[in-house]
Design a binder for this molecule. Structure first.
Ligand code: GLU
Length: 466
């Protein structure tokens, strides 16, 4: 049984790069009928916040990355960590170290002076007298020689010399366990078979493997994912687009579109760009994960989102459009049915936010006419057609696309004008500018009452300009 875990530290927003990690963990478990575990690594009490935990849970729920187990919280597992420490002390796999800060500083300085890496010299490794007044830290007895071979699913074989690794502190002098140690206890206890995480953790891996062996636990398969950079090749940051995943919800992205975009950062399947969730699950594998860094492209993400918007059911998009309209200060009930609006406008914006922006004039009065459009179409010659349109449209029995469009065509024919000569002034009268969906659709979007008032408004405008 394959078991993966996503193990965020709740110290900030849920970063888009972390979501890619979570997605790969989730997909790999789904793909192989395994289990996906969520573990909140909150042992750093100064930096961890409840707001961040909430943001992680909220973000994961929005994306549909549901854990099969968890969330587990490391702060609720301190007894277990203490138990392992006691056991290791008893077995001689760990020891108390009474070095003072000054001694460590000195070791560091000496190592640097020799041109080596700063490392602990192991002076309490084989015992040593407790020092009055010094609360000891606990260190893990790392093997002194030999190598740790990491057979990484992405990076290939990476070899570390034990001689390079010093004896890691696993509990601070106040007794709290440290990061690399808690990860190991949890990965072992939770039966994790595949550790998929950012490659900033690759250097922790040999120490973690040594500790897993001390626990007599199996060593999971590791997959260290390459960085996601910004489009300019530098570390992904706010300058490149939002990094907080919940900002994407606010901007009107669909969760499946964000996942689709993220799955392609570091993974590919031929040159296919658009994947449904089902396809991702069926196709994803660690073998095709690329070891090179990928780069984040906000425009491409928007394009991917648009493909998913076009494919989504209007009934699903309607409440999302309502939310965006509300956010933009409009009343979504004061206008056409939202499903209709979304169907009519979804080609015109890549996100629900953009689609809502295109829809303002159907939910509130628009302010001024677009100057160029008014200048071109709201002229004295158009007044007759607009008056005739007002009468014809007032009399249309069913306010449908077909019937309203037929009424417009009828007016054009009666006045001996081309359809455009009638429809364009009407369009500017209805929405304030010369672009909108087809004239029947626009009329249905505006609604009869507003349409008739706006035709009056245009006639008054023409008269005033006259
Ligand atoms: N808590 C770590 C982080 O947020 C992840 C640890 C792991 O995946 O092993 O970077």
């Amino acid at each position: 049984m394959i078991r993966t875990r996503f193990a965020p530290s709740p110290t900030g927003v849920l970063h888009i790069g972390s979501v890619r990690t979570a997605l790969f963990c989730w997909l790999y478990a789904r793909r192989h009928g395994g289990q996906f575990i969520l573990r909140i690594e909150d042992t750093d009490r100064e930096r961890s916040t409840q707001a961040s935990v909430d943001a992680i849970l909220d973000g994961m729920a929005w994306l549909g990355l549901r854990p099969d187990e968890g969330p587990f919280y490391q702060t609720q597992r301190f007894d277990r960590y203490r138990e392992v420490i006691e056991q290791w002390l008893a077995e001689g796999k760990a020891y108390r170290c009474y070095c003072t800060r000054e001694e460590l500083e000195q070791m560091r300085a000496e190592a640097m002076a020799r041109g080596g890496k700063p490392r602990y010299d192991g002076r309490y490794r084989n015992g040593g007298e407790p020092r009055p007044g010094v609360e000891p830290v606990i260190r893990f007895k790392n093997p002194l020689d030999g190598q740790v071979v990491v057979d990484d699913a992405v990076r290939g074989t990476v070899v570390f010399d034990n001689a390079e690794l010093d004896d890691l502190i696993i509990a601070r002098s106040d007794g709290t366990p440290t990061y690399n140690f808690t990860v190991v206890v949890d990965d072992a206890d939770m039966g994790i078979t595949h550790v998929i995480r950012g490659d900033d953790h690759l250097n922790n891996t040999p120490r973690q493997i040594n500790m897993l062996q001390a626990l007599d636990a199996g060593v999971p398969r590791y997959a260290h994912l390459p960085m996601i950079n910004g489009s300019d090749g530098t570390k992904l940051s706010k300058r490149h687009g939002a990094i907080n995943v919940l900002d994407y919800r606010e901007m009107g992205f669909l969760p499946e579109a964000l996942l689709n975009y993220l799955v392609r950062l570091g993974w590919s399947h031929g040159d296919q760009e658009i994947f449904s969730l089902e396809e991702m699950i069926a196709l994803f594998d660690l073998d095709e994960v690329n070891a090179a860094a990928s780069s984040f492209n906000f425009e491409k993400l928007k394009w991917v989102n648009h493909q998913h918007v076009m494919a989504a059911e209007p009934a699903r998009l309607a409440p999302l459009l309502a939310e965006q309209l509300r956010r933009q200060g409009l009343d979504p009930n004061d206008g056409p049915p939202l499903e209709y609006t979304v169907g009519a406008l979804k080609e015109r914006g890549q996100t629900l936010q953009e689609i809502a922006e295109r829809g303002h004039c159907y939910y509130e009065e628009f302010e001024a006419y677009d100057e160029k459009s008014a200048h071109k179409h709201l002229r004295t010659e158009a007044a007759e057609a607009l008056r005739a349109l007002g009468e014809a449209l007032a009399a249309v029995p069913d306010w449908t696309e077909q019937d309203t469009e037929a009424a417009v065509a009828g007016v054009a024919e009666r006045l001996g004008l081309k359809m455009g000569k009638v429809a364009q002034p009407l369009r500017v009268a209805l929405v304030g500018q010369a672009v909108s969906p087809g004239i029947g659709t626009t009329l249905v979007l505006v609604g009869r009452a507003r349409a008739l008032t706006r035709i009056e408004r245009a006639l008054n405008y023409i008269a005033a300009m006259g």
